[in-house]
Design a protein around this ligand. Structure first.
Ligand code: AMP
Length: 620
């Protein structure tokens, strides 16, 4: 028998200790590509940690850092593709931090210029009165409309591109009859060629009639004056019927505007409608014009009889209030037209002073074609539960104007006007910044046989009025003017606006070209630019042209570049407003706003508001 086979025995090693060892030394397999990537990340991390610098030299450092990364990556044999991916990530992170920085800076600037004090009367301040609710009026929309669904109102607003903000906004109304105006007013409007309400009127008039405070933003020529004129006439009629105005009583309604010409035009419009009202057997409404350059006696004559409506420029009004010639004790309706202009021209403090004369709550309506953020903030400090009615972007140019921009050398500008005059038939408006240029252009045109009138602040009020009237009557084909004529003035049927020079700010440009293409008609605007113009305003112009779908000349297209990329990036976020939140220009942000800078420089130089005004006073 075979001896049993010896069992071969093995000493088993302790399995536990062996696996521990294995685990300790185990290195999982990592593909080469992944390893390189990790190494790359390590390198990046080291160089980022080293960068404990401040923002200003951070950028330079980052560039150096990228070079280091490339160098190290080369030594570590990392593929170009991987290097590229990582570098792209750094660049994106940097871009994001730049955007954040820009946003932070913009927010800070805007807060610094925002209006913080509420506008109130002295007695209101003393009593600590804060108005929480809108003024109550007897007007209501027709029952038929009230019964309609809110969706119908939304549809109407969408159709007419009316944007509204605010609580309990009244429904838009599509006829003057629905607004419950008497027949005589509707007849007066028809006489002026106004058959049905324009979009701003559809929404603005119901809001005003209901007693709501309002911010009205609409492009020039959209019919915004009627939004405040018609309700004020209705309210005054109601008051007069209840209790006739006695001598020295009033005004019940106050309209403040930045220029004398605009004040006159508004007064004429009110009187035109008042005549129809009176002819229909309703009470007479008295309107007084309180503007510089006109005798105070004329304004006082109306005040003495009892005045329903006063139209004024801030300076003259303050003077009369100060001398107690007129009081705002019974004033319950306040309109500020071209409010942004008023604030820009340094009238902000004057508006504050005027507010201090109010004795009770009033309905306030603010209007403007352009309404940058700063003014909106100011407006909110003066309004109670306001409704904002916006037709088209604030500051946008009217789509009815074909905008042409031409590069014309300084010395060729005057003669080039003649060529431009051939583009359309008269009447034509020519704008120039300087009074001397206005005189020069007028002289040249007269020499060439063109009938031209001229207005600027160097002329006295009589000359200015005569020139405007001659142009309005059609006795003159061309009116040459400084910006006195750019704000709110309504010259019928202007075919062509020529900007002899590009204004310093884009808002002014919008106001100027808004003199043509009014009431749904078409117009042309030609602007001369050359290398003397500030690049910032040219960038704003470029963006405005793009927005209005106009042809952008090649020399404007070339402007911008990198700046444009940053703007576009900022504007992709819905919260970020387009362009500058201070002045509304589309070509720059608030951090590079020339107007804000000019304003700050003036303040820093210790030039007070009065001095600033004095320099411009002649023009307004
Ligand atoms: P405004 O924007 O208020 O300066 O008005 C500009 C011009 O439009 C004036 O000549 C008005 O007579 C005219 N207008 C106002 N409302 C209307 C309307 N609903 N339909 C047609 N034209 C209007």
């Amino acid at each position: 028998m075979d001896s049993p086979k010896k069992l071969k025995r093995y000493r088993r090693e302790d399995p536990k200790s062996s696996s521990d060892e294995e685990e300790d030394s185990y290195e999982p397999y990592i593909p080469v590509k992944e390893r390189k990537k990790q190494r790359m990340k390590q390198i990046l991390k080291i160089s980022q940690d080293e960068d404990a610098s401040t923002d200003s030299w951070k950028e330079r450092e980052q560039r150096e850092q990228e070079e280091d990364v490339q160098e190290l990556a080369r030594k570590n044999n990392i593929s170009l593709l991987d290097q590229h991916t990582e570098l792209k990530k750094i660049a994106e992170a940097r871009k994001e931090s730049e955007l954040e920085k820009q946003r932070r800076e913009e927010k800070r600037l805007l807060e610094a210029v925002a209006e913080k004090r509420a506008l109130m009367g002295v007695s209101e301040l003393a009593r600590g009165v804060q108005y929480e609710d809108s003024v109550v009026t007897a007007w209501r929309p027709p029952r038929r409309i009230l019964a309609m669904d809110e969706k119908r109102h939304e549809r109407v607003r969408r159709k007419y591109k009316i944007l509204v903000e605010g609580d309990e906004v009244p429904p838009p109304l599509k006829t003057f009859a629905d607004m419950k105006f008497p027949r005589c007013i509707i007849k007066a409007l028809q006489k002026r060629g106004i058959e049905k309400p324009s979009p701003i009127q559809m929404q603005g008039i119901p809001a005003a009639l209901q007693g709501r405070d309002m911010i009205g933003i609409a492009f020039t020529g959209s019919g915004k004056s009627m939004v405040f004129i018609l309700p004020i006439i209705m309210f005054c009629l109601e008051q007069e019927k209840k209790l006739p105005f006695m001598g020295n009583e009033g005004p019940y309604g106050l309209i403040i505007v930045p220029s004398r010409e605009l004040a006159k035009q508004i007064k004429d419009n009110i009187e035109f409608i008042s005549k129809f009202v009176e002819a229909d057997g309703m009470p007479e409404l008295r309107t007084s014009l309180a503007i510089g350059g006109e005798p105070v006696a004329a304004a006082m004559q109306v005040v003495r009889k009892g005045v329903h409506i006063m139209v004024s420029t801030p300076g003259r009004l303050i003077d009369m209030l100060d001398k107690k010639m007129v009081r705002l004790d019974v004033c319950r309706y306040l309109v500020m037209d071209e409010a942004d202009r008023m604030i820009d021209m340094g009238f902000e403090e004057d508006v504050r002073t005027i507010y201090s004369y109010f004795k009770a709550q009033r309905q306030t309506l603010l209007f403007s074609a352009t309404m940058p953020k700063k003014i909106q903030n100011f407006a909110r400090s003066a309004l109670v539960k306001p409704v904002t009615v916006n037709v088209g972007r604030a500051g946008a140019a009217s789509m009815n104007v074909t905008q042409e921009v031409e590069y014309v050398k300084q010395e060729a500008k005057v003669t080039h006007i003649l060529t431009c005059l051939n583009k359309t038939s008269p009447p034509v408006l020519i704008f120039a910044e300087k009074k001397q240029d206005v005189d020069l252009i007028q002289e040249y045109l007269l020499l060439k046989g063109v009938t031209a009138a001229a207005i600027h602040g160097g002329k006295d009020q009589e000359e200015r009025s005569a020139a405007v009237q001659a142009f309005q009557r059609g006795d003159k084909d061309v009116l040459v003017a400084t910006d006195v004529a750019s704000k709110g003035l309504d010259f019928p049927g202007i075919q062509h606006v020529i900007n002899y020079d590009m204004p310093d700010d884009i808002e002014n440009y919008v106001h100027r070209i808004g003199r043509t293409g009014r009431s749904g008609q078409h117009g042309v605007a030609t602007t001369f630019i050359n290398k003397a113009n500030d690049e910032s305003v040219l960038l704003d112009l470029k963006h405005l042209l793009i927005e209005a779908k106009q042809k952008v000349p090649p020399f404007l297209l070339m402007l911008g570049g990198g700046e444009d990329d940053l703007m576009a990036a900022l504007e992709t976020n819905e919260e970020d407003e387009r362009g500058c939140s201070y002045c509304g220009g589309l070509g720059h942000r608030i951090t590079a706003c020339p107007r804000l800078e000019a304003m700050q420089n003036k303040q820093a130089a210790g030039i007070g508001r009065k001095d600033y005004l004095a320099a411009n006073a002649a023009d307004y």
